[in-house]
Ligand binder design. Structure first.
Ligand SMILES: NC(=O)C1=CN([C@@H]2O[C@H](COP(=O)(O)OP(=O)(O)OC[C@H]3O[C@@H](n4cnc5c(N)ncnc54)[C@H](O)[C@@H]3O)[C@@H](O)[C@H]2O)C=CC1
Ligand SMILES: O=C(O)C(=O)COP(=O)(O)O
Length: 531
């Protein structure tokens, strides 16, 4: 069945067309993002949700999203998505990190010009037939100092444009390297220094717990008298009441705001202030940017829903379509190895060590790690998936470690997973042959070659005659067909294991019958998710 996507914010029609062309069913309901109840009522039908900033993807909404696999943000900021809650539910959250950055940077520059020369007020006055030529005295940008808070993609473009305008640019960004600052032609400074030096301040940081209120009352007081402030990033970065007071006191000469603490902003303390210019969150609103983000989000979401390729996800490592194909069998193997380990224990797991040997060590290990962990955890919680697995593992305090090594044995590549609990260590290794079929090659250090099927039976015993007959006869008597039978032992008369691939699940009574013979140390039916 074709996956279904809901577009709940205003996205370019390009997105709808791409979904359809790719074979994804799409419903375009651009007003739904503003109607929480209706959205919650409908969300359960969809595999994907494409949004901008109006739709709020809360924990509550996610509870109703029983089929949801991916949220695609056609834009940059994802502060309207509860990412931890999405991860826990196994929902991938992706954005389009570059599609609207030039547009937003240009909006910030436009806002800077508009407050330097009072263009909106002069425009309104002139339209009103007032011709107030002497009222509107502006300032030049040339030679002024621009303080850029956050010099990432958008901030970096703003720096570049401002340098072109012959401004002196200082930037505060703890993650900005000296080399990048040099490349941008800006001086890296700390926040207090920026606040003291800047004639104009522009914000380009995401809204996080660390950046919230970055222009607080206290920090606004540290700015130069006559400073002009531009915010095209997020409401919540500036203390709006404190900004109003600073404007009223004439300390801040002007402010240009595209974003507000509460949006849609129909009322705000800063509205109607003569020195404030406002736009209704238009940073990303150009035809070019909206085409870019719509196209990207639809492609990314379709790729994920149709091929498993992951791009620009905030809670999953990237996996290209090519990797998804090449790695497909290895991802399955990783899940099976995890599933084996997970089903072998009911004790709390302390650590999972994953060894990658040979060619597989060069693959996208982040994705393989997540598959192993998901496999382990699914044994006790079927809702865990690749996205939620690391979150759940962290919550349970499971330590994950990986080792990669050059080819050491007869196999071109293999993965070995070892689980550590308080009482024991268990390990299983597997490989994929060129037929793409994953198989187990070692359990408890004993070499085997076991094809993996949906229903399997794993037994351990002392190496004595009669085990094959006993297992075969018991299965036969209970009408269970054996598709594949593999034996292994550590040495004559020593530890031995058997792995049976069965055509159906076995009844617990069969397990009891085998156990009652006293011939086995362990008789364990196992299930694997085999397509
Ligand atoms: N008005 C609008 O329509 C739009 C607004 N935005 C907003 O712009 C923000 C920035 O976008 P990008 O530049 O693409 O993001 P980015 O991730 O490329 O850049 C953000 C920069 O902020 C820096 N940063 C993080 N924490 C910081 C802190 N505590 N202090 C100083 N710097 C810090 C990071 O190191 C990074 O360099 C987005 O998160 C979004 O909220 C983005 C697009 C459109
Ligand atoms: O991309 C972003 O972060 C934006 O803020 C743009 O928001 P919008 O898509 O215009 O609602």
């Amino acid at each position: 069945m074709a996956p279904r996507v809901l577009v709940s914010d205003e996205l370019s029609e390009t997105a709808v067309q791409i979904f359809r062309d790719r074979g994804v069913e799409v419903d375009y309901m651009p007003k739904l993002g503003k109607d929480k109840e209706k959205l919650a009522e409908l969300i359960g039908q969809y595999d994907g949700l494409a949004i901008r900033s109006a739709t709020k993807v809360t924990e509550k909404l996610l509870e109703q999203a029983t089929n949801l696999k991916v949220v695609g943000r056609a834009g940059i900021g994802v502060d309207n998505v509860d990412i931890p809650a999405a991860s826990k539910k196994g929902v991938i959250v992706m954005n389009t990190p570059f599609g609207n950055s030039i547009t937003t940077a240009e909006h910030a520059i436009a806002m800077m010009f508009s407050i330097a020369r009072q263009i909106p007020e002069a425009n309104a006055s002139t339209h009103a037939g007032k011709w107030e030529k002497s009222k509107f005295m502006g300032v030049e940008l040339f030679n002024k100092t621009l303080g850029v808070i956050g010099a990432g993609n958008i901030g970096g473009i703003v720096c570049d444009r401002a340098v072109g305008l012959k401004m002196k640019v200082v930037a505060y960004d703890p993650f900005l390297s000296e080399e990048r600052a040099k490349q941008l032609g800006v001086t890296k400074v700390d926040l207090d220094d920026l606040l003291a030096r800047a004639d104009f301040i522009t914000l380009h940081v995401p809204l996080t717990d660390k950046t919230r209120n970055i222009l607080s009352r206290e920090n606004l007081a540290k700015t130069k008298k006559g400073v002009r402030i531009i915010n095209c990033a997020r409401g919540g970065l500036i203390d709006e009441a404190a900004l109003k007071d600073a404007l009223d006191a004439g300390h801040v000469a002007a402010a240009a705001l595209d974003v507000f603490e509460v949006e849609p902003a129909t009322e705000n303390v800063l509205f109607n202030h003569p020195n404030v210019v406002c736009t209704p969150h238009l940073g990303a609103s150009t035809t070019e940017a909206q085409e870019n983000v719509a196209l990207q989000v639809a492609e990314q979401m379709s790729d994920y829903l149709l091929t498993g390729a992951v791009q620009n996800a905030l809670n999953m490592p990237n996996v290209t379509a090519e990797e998804a194909t090449v790695m497909g069998p290895w991802v399955k193997l990783a899940l099976h190895l995890g599933a084996f380990i997970g089903q072998m224990t009911d004790e709390p797991i302390k650590a999972i060590n994953i060894l990658y040997d040979g060619a597989v060590a060069d693959m996208n290990l982040a994705a393989l790690n997540q598959s192993v962990i998901a496999g382990v955890l699914k044994a006790h919680n079927p809702d865990v998936n690749l996205v939620s697995a690391p979150v759940v593992a962290k919550e349970r305090g499971i330590q994950i470690s990986t080792t990669r090594q050059e080819k050491t044995g007869v196999f071109d590549a293999y993965i070995k997973v070892t689980m550590v609990t308080d009482k024991r260590e268990r390990s299983v290794a597997g490989t994929c042959f060129s037929d793409g079929k994953p198989r187990f090659i070692q359990i408890k250090g004993i070499n085997i070659d076991a094809e993996i099927g949906r229903h399997m039976l794993y037994t351990t015993n002392e190496d004595v005659p009669g085990i094959i007959g006993l297992l075969g006869m018991t299965m036969g008597k209970n009408n269970v067909n054996i598709a594949n039978f593999t034996l292994g032992r550590s040495g004559v008369g020593q530890d031995a294991i058997a792995i049976l691939y069965l055509d159906q699940a076995i009844d617990p009574k069969v397990v009891e019958t085998l156990e009652s013979t006293g011939m086995f140390q362990q008789v364990k039916p196992l299930e694997f998710e085999v397509a």
